[in-house]
Design a protein around this ligand. Structure first.
Ligand SMILES: [Zn+2]
Ligand SMILES: [Zn+2]
Length: 259
């Protein structure tokens, strides 16, 4: 089995227009889109952004008729502390094969919004990792921690500065990821567009020192041209850290794919 991209969006996400068919030009053996789910989303005027489960299921059944690819259902759960139970209830009647866990917003602003630039970066980042810890403590259904660095994409931290302020918090987060046997995502957008490669170097080593073994690659593509973006560079990065395999989530099963 080949590795496939475990983080990408189609028109079922509020911020993407891309079609399944364009991604399927890559002829993947398996395909999974991970559509945005964000309750009271500041990026959408505090409306709930929820991918239409029935339409999504219907579309996937149709694709199964016309493509040799095997399809999985995926979702990227953006969670604010306090929303955990509502999301657990929502998912109880809507089974997904792959669930990403993300912290995108704090109920007031998205961590990518310009407003964060007017705030104290230490305070915002502390709050961000507190939220992540809270959600990981109260929500047990996710397979992958997506872009652990989302909340600091707009900030310039040197690795030294980041480690001084946040190593304890990030260690707490990673211990919970390890305890739940979730995978840590290397996110192409963080890696390439937001130039967080050295932060990932630091985080991979920290996660491994704490016992972390499971890694996932995700392009976070919102258009098909970005499918598996920078996967070679990110794979090389993991090899440099002596990682031997990547983890694929295929429904209830996980499969280790050699690097
Ligand atoms: Zn995200
Ligand atoms: Zn995403």
């Amino acid at each position: 089995m080949n590795y496939h991209d475990q983080h990408l969006h189609t028109y079922f996400s509020f911020d993407a227009d891309e079609t399944f068919e364009n991604y399927l030009k890559y002829q993947p053996e398996y395909f999974v889109s991970t559509e945005h789910f964000d309750l009271k989303n500041p990026a959408e005027n505090f409306q709930d952004s929820i991918p239409d489960y029935n339409l999504y299921t219907k579309k996937i059944s149709e694709l199964e008729q016309s493509f040799p690819t095997k399809f999985l259902k995926g979702i990227e759960l953006g969670i604010v502390p306090g929303q955990e139970q509502e999301i657990i209830d929502y998912l109880s009647t809507r089974p997904y094969d792959l669930k990403l866990l993300s912290i995108h917003q704090n109920g007031t602003f998205d961590y990518m919004d310009d407003i964060v630039l007017s705030k104290d970066k230490i305070a915002v980042t502390t709050e961000y990792f507190e939220a992540m810890t809270h959600v990981l403590t109260n929500f047990h259904e996710a397979d992958i921690l997506a872009h652990f660095d989302y909340g600091i994409r707009r900030f310039d931290f040197t690795v030294k500065e980041f480690a001084e302020h946040f190593e304890d918090q990030l260690s707490t987060v990673f211990k919970k990821v390890i305890e739940k046997e979730m995978a840590l995502e290397l996110n192409s957008k963080s890696f390439v567009k937001y130039q967080k490669e050295s932060l990932y170097d630091y985080a991979i080593a920290l996660y491994q020192n704490l016992g972390g073994k499971y890694f996932s690659l995700g392009s976070d593509a919102h258009q098909a041209a970005d499918y598996q973006l920078a996967f070679e560079e990110m794979s090389a990065k993991l090899k440099a850290h002596h990682v031997k395999s990547l983890t694929l989530f295929i429904g209830k099963e996980r499969v280790q794919i050699p690097l």
